[in-house]
Design a protein. Structure first.
Length: 163
């Protein structure tokens, strides 16, 4: 059955999306193999930005870029980055494009944490959707990836639009 926006059931479903995303973000850590601590879970927000941005044509990531991507004040971004550096997940390096700038890179420990986090997320997804038919699991995964890619594209367009 397909629900259309504007129909009673479609409206209810669309109105439920926002609160569902809110509950997703508040979810407790699941009991999966090789769990991630709550503190490391928050660190992965910073590490994911560094990993994703540097993966895009070798772009360099600064503390300011991390704060911008997270939508936080530069001082908050700086504290988050400093925490990741002090735990050994990030390292500072001189920019290859401008030696006066400092950029951020994942350390081997940071790479290991991100691999553990990827495995944690996969395990959690498999537990949560264990009773779903395979076709629904794959369709949900495909649509979630599409949603996030569309969100990123919209964010990029908004940043490029003069205000």
């Amino acid at each position: 059955m397909t629900t259309k926006p504007g129909s009673g059931e479609g409206e209810d479903l669309l109105n439920a999306v926002g609160p569902a995303f809110g509950r997703l973000r508040r979810s407790a850590l699941l009991d999966v193999e090789d769990p991630i601590s709550q503190k490391d879970l928050s660190r992965t927000l910073v590490l994911r930005i560094v990993q994703d941005v540097t993966g895009q044509d070798g772009r360099e990531v600064t503390v300011g870029a991390v704060a911008e991507h997270l939508g936080v004040d530069p001082s908050v971004g700086s504290r988050m980055v400093s925490d990741c550096i002090s735990t050994g997940y990030l390292v500072r390096a001189a920019s290859q494009q401008d030696g006066r700038r400092t950029v951020l890179l994942l350390s081997p420990e940071g790479e290991d944490l991100m691999e553990r986090f990827r495995q944690y997320q996969r395990s959690a997804f498999e537990q949560i959707t264990a009773e779903w038919p395979d076709s629904e699991r794959l369709e949900f995964a495909r649509l979630m990836v599409k949603y996030v890619e569309s969100q990123d594209a919209l964010r990029t367009r908004v940043r490029r639009t003069p205000r």
